[in-house]
Ligand binder design. Sequence first.
Ligand SMILES: Nc1ncnc2c1ncn2[C@@H]1O[C@H](COP(=O)(O)OP(=O)(O)O)[C@@H](O)[C@H]1O
Ligand SMILES: [Mg+2]
Length: 325
Amino acid sequence: MTEDQSDVILEVRNLVVEFSSEDGPLRAVDGVSFAVRRGEIVGLVGESGAGKTLTSEAMLRLVRCPPGRISGEVRFRGQNLLALDEPALAGIRGKEIAMIFQNPGASLNPVFRVGDQLLEAMRLHLREPARSLRERVGEILGRVGIPSAATRARDYPHQFSGGMAQRVMIGIGISCVPSLLIADEPTTALDVTIQAQVLALLRSLARELGVAVLLVSHDLGIISQMCHRVLVMYAGRIVEEADVATIFRAPAHPYTRGLIDCLPRMDGSARLGTIAGVMPGLRSLPSGCPFHPRCPLAEPRCAEEAPKLRSAGDHHSAACLLVGT
Ligand SMILES: Nc1ncnc2c1ncn2[C@@H]1O[C@H](COP(=O)(O)OP(=O)(O)O)[C@@H](O)[C@H]1O
Ligand SMILES: [Mg+2]
C-alpha cells in the first residue's frame, strides 16, 4: 500500500456523536480520525459498546440523535458528507459507498423477490435501460456465489439461508460498483464455516473490484485474516492504529494486548488471557484514560490525564501515557 495522499478516498476528522440526557451530553464517539486508501481493507475492532457501529453509521448520517449531534468532517472524494444536503448524500449512499449490516434477514424486504430487490438497488442509482440491468441480476448473484442464480433470483428472502442472504446483500452492495464498502459485523450472525466462506468472498471481491473496505468487527481474529490496517476502538476513541502485522508483533496499547491475549491459539488451545472488567457505559466514563480501571499497567497519572494518540513507531500510533516512556 503506498502512502500517497492522493490515494486517500475517505478521511474522517474529529468525528463526534453525542446524545443528550438529563445529566448533559453523552459522548459515544469522541473525536475519531482515520483515513482509508483506494483498495485498502481497514479493520475497526473493539468490544461491544466501543462505538464502532455509531462511527460507521454517523459517517453516512444514518444516526438519529437529535437533540444530540454529529460533528466533525467526513471527506469523501473532496466533499464533506456531513455538510451535504440529503439528496446529494442519498446519491452517494448505496452507490459510491455501500453498507452491509450484521443481520441480512432484516436488510432484505420479505415481500419482494430477491432479484427484484437487487434490480431496484441498481435502478435507483444507475441510468441504464431496465433490460440491461435485469440481465446483470443473475450475473451478480452468480458472482457472489449463489448457485442457480437465475432461478434463485425469483425466490423470496425466507427461502435463503443466513449465509446466502448475506451473499445477496453483498451483491446489492457491489451492484453499483462502489469505491468503499462499509461492512458492520457482516458475519457475526452466521455459523463459523459459513462465516469463513462469506469473508473469503468479501476479500476476493475487494481485490477484483479494487473496492476499499471498512470492516467493523468485535473479533480480532477476523480482522487479522482480512485487513491491511487496524483501528482499535475503546470507549468511543481510537486507541491504537497500525498495519496488521505491527498490531500483532508489537501492540503498543494494553487494551490491544488484552484483545490479542483473548484470541484462541493456532494449536487450538485457548490462551489464558481475559480482560478484567467491562467496557464502561456512556454515563460512567472513567476520568483520564477510559481504559485505566481495567489496565494491568495503570499508574496514578492514568486516572488524571486523557492520553492522545501519539507515535509508537512508523505509521503506528497509540493513545497510552506509557507509550514512548
Ligand atoms: N440512540 C442511542 N442513544 C444513546 N446511546 C446510544 C444510542 N445508540 C448507541 N448508544 C450507545 O453508544 C455506545 C456505542 O454503541 P455502538 O456504536 O453500537 O457500539 P459497538 O458497535 O462498538 O458495539 C454504546 O454505549 C451504546 O449503548
Ligand atoms: Mg456494533
